[in-house]
Design a protein around this ligand. Sequence first.
Ligand SMILES: Cc1cc2nc3c(=O)[nH]c(=O)nc-3n(C[C@H](O)[C@H](O)[C@H](O)COP(=O)(O)OP(=O)(O)OC[C@H]3O[C@@H](n4cnc5c(N)ncnc54)[C@H](O)[C@@H]3O)c2cc1C
Length: 1014
Amino acid sequence: MKTGIERVGTIMVVGAGVSGIQAALDAAKGGFKVYLVEKGPAIGGKMAQLDKTFPSNDCSMCILSPKFIECATDPNIDILTDAEVERVDGEAGDFQVTLVQRPRYVDAERCTGCGTCAEYCPVRVPDSYNENLATLKCIHLAFPQAVPAVSFVDPEHCLFLRRGICQICVPTCKNKAIDFHQRQKVHEVRVGSLILAPGYEAFSPQVQSQYGYGRFRNVVTSLEFERMLSASGPNRGELCRPSDGRHPKKIAWIQCVGSRDKSAGNPYCSSVCCMYAIKHVLLSKEHDPDLEAHVFHNDIRAYGKGFERYFERAKSTPGVRFTWSKVSVMGEDKETGAVRLRYRLNGTSVQDDTFDLVVLSIGLVSPETSRELAEKLSITVNEYGFCEGSPFSPIETSRPGIYHCGVFHAPMDIPDSVTMASGAASLASQLLSERRGTLVEKKEYPVERDVRGEPPRVGVFACDCGTNIVKTVDVKKVVDYSRGLMGVVHAEESTFSCSIDSVTHMAKVIREKGLNRVVVAACTPRTHEPVFQDALREAGLNPYLFEFANIREQCSLVHMGDKRSASDKAKDLIRMAVARAVLLEPLTQISYKVKHSALVIGGGLSGMVVALSLAEQGIPVHLVEKEKELGGTARRIHYTLERNDIQEYVQSLVSRVYKNLLIQVHTESRLLDFSGYVGNFRSRIAVGDRGVIKEIEHGVTIVATGTDEFKPAAYLYGQDPRVVTQLELEQEIYAGGELLKQCGTMVMIQCVGSRDEERPYCSRICCSQAVKNALRLKEQNPSMDIYVLYRDMRTYAFREDYYRQAAEKGVVFIRYEREDQPDVTAAEEEGRSVLRVTVTEPTLGGRLMINADRVALAVAALPAAENRPLSRLLKVPLNEDGFFMEAHMKLRPVDFATDGIFMCGTAHSPKFIDESIVQAQAAASRALTVLAQEELKAGGLVCSVSAKRCSGCGLCEQVCPYQAIALGDEGIAVVNQALCKGCGVCVSSCRSGALDLGGVSDMQTWSAIQALLG
Ligand SMILES: Cc1cc2nc3c(=O)[nH]c(=O)nc-3n(C[C@H](O)[C@H](O)[C@H](O)COP(=O)(O)OP(=O)(O)OC[C@H]3O[C@@H](n4cnc5c(N)ncnc54)[C@H](O)[C@@H]3O)c2cc1C
């Protein structure tokens, strides 16, 4: 890159799946203008097609649509759909991008997405959103919650565009939005940096005829199955098989279709299929508890956070079977539509079985269009068409200034995609940091209408949530009922209240009908309250004049199959919400200045990367490390699976950290005290061993405390020096140790301390670590016999290539069951002392004996010992395994629920070096969304004190978990609005009734109770 170039403060994100959306949001919140370019007609990518997500079973659209709205309403994000990048000239900091945008034949400025045109359109086309399992009209919205909520014409099928006839749709549009004069547009745009997130396409099983896909009616792909399960799917969430619409009673899943398969051209592992199949099993059982589910699989790759528990849950569900076997699709019963499968049981006896439905768990492939994109941009991709990056700079592409994320990097799940997207935003903004904030616009809202003194005019907006609510609750009746409630002047039903058109409509209704209180009867305030509060602000109302009635989680989802009672309960919930709403008063917030500095706890690899990322963007950082040296566990690792030198990388990081004047390194130091709130934290750290205490103020806090290595008491570890952990073995290999040179037979035992009762999680890295060390040993000593005793080899994504290489080089992999563990004893063999390892060989069924010279144990990665005390100090939670718990498993994998505190690296869960680097960069990006602000707001739903009533007893100060209330100089309690979380503990403890919680007054609670009791 030339120096002295004037950088452009705009970032272009190409591809608007969940990765692209996250990258765009982070970049915009971090102070940049963003173009979000999507080749399809709407944003959302594949995640918008999924039913629920593993392992949390969140409804995909429910968690995605608030992000859609954030993108659509952010003045700094320009969404360009139907658009593709044609060429990119220039260099990092100043690119000229040529974009081509296809016509929609509908004017986006005029279309309201009302759908009248579709009612009249005479042509039906396959519905690609529903994987062509249904049809819809030739002019249509991409899907109900689409952003932009603008219809488009399918040019392949439109009678006018193909044959010059029809145009029926034109006069039906009262806004005159349909415009067949539209032509392809070319845009020239200057941007400082690009982020590529073009995602994946699903493998087409049609090319592999052995699965019977396309021939047998009841063989479907996993993506089709997602749509079949979905409430917005072709059967509105009813699980029906394609041949006759009957409910399947027996379903089979076939794993690794188009993955781990050289003949399909995809020898790599698709990383997500095992988990989504497990999800499918559990969701199918929700649809029909009596259903039989049978999964035919290879290694089950449940390697992510919470995955192993999810797998165990599925295994222990009655009627669910997992069989490790290859399987052949033998044929279809023409009469019943049942599909015949043949498989081997325990590798020996052949079994036949029939199923009502067969689901093919298809892999993730890089589409041809992504290869073309890479070619146009002169970006290198790997042999499979993915843009792998390098282990120490995974997000960078081969062209400076262009970054990438999501499945374009490698097959990965949603949280990993989201994390990488934030990391990409951080790198892009790092490049352009001098232009941060120079082009951004602030979102402007109309002046708030003063509603005090007005009689209540409540609007009730009830949501069907596709079918999630309406299947169980009679929403029409509930809406009719709401109209009769005191204070209610408007009530209406909508299919998806959270879609952008519904939210815009809500703001319009509030204005037109002069509403001054709003009740939304829908899902959870956790994800959706900000969406609806924004609609109130758009309509000029104070956002706190809003009340939620959760008729989904608290009603339809828990009373399935009992429509009458569920509808009655929904009425009760709405009646109570209205009773509370009429007493709502406008609340205000205060502004405060942000401290532009960061505290990073943990000076391992992740901590150093995040510190550098921030410091190189001008943020002063305090880096606190408990040991004498920086580097953490990485100091003990020498090479990656891909053979890159880790020590060289760690040393370069350490040197960059020490040379950076904005980073203050505190080694042999610990956090003593922590207080404050986002943008304004205060910490005390004990520095060095001389009792020096340092006080620091910082706007954000990042936890990067890493993991510890488990030291087992089994397999003679600690008793016989020939038994070591994989990490110890790696150090020996690197040092060229004597013991290894004499080793003729090495046995590696996997899952030592992981995936057991005490630690029911997978340590993720151990399988690849064993493969890495086995390959190194084979290189040093090709005649060495190496046995890997494993439960499932979890070499996901392109790590699979190394697993295959190891097998090709003669490493023997033997599978053992959790209930039948290997055994290691010291023994004599022909006068030689050996380690005798016995294990049950699954194909032979008998016990195999191996006389080994050395044994290496793949031990569990433990949560750092620091985590527990730190979680207490920071008041942030740990999960049941002792790792830090994120705000939302899927969409906020780097944030804590407490604003301004973030995590990265193995403090979150075990992960590889490249994954830790990505998450550290993501943490920097998330931190910058706070640090890019000059001021933040606090208050609203917080406590207030009535000075007249306060007796100064101080009980509130004792019980407040956030130190948000204290006795002031006059002996009266004073609330710090920025610290108060509105939990209400102080209110219930106050004996004088001096405390009130905004939006939840005693009067409101009484009123709600009275409303319930009628
Ligand atoms: C059956 C199935 C079930 C799954 N279930 C789960 C689950 O439960 N939980 C989970 O975590 N993961 C699941 N996954 C994986 C999940 O879908 C992905 O992790 C995630 O969607 C990846 O998002 P992405 O943004 O990287 O890619 P995508 O969702 O593919 O988005 C890419 C976007 O880029 C656009 N695009 C492509 N090329 C261009 C271009 N040249 N110019 C402009 N735009 C372009 C595309 O149109 C698309 O909108 C599942 C996958 C499958 C197949």
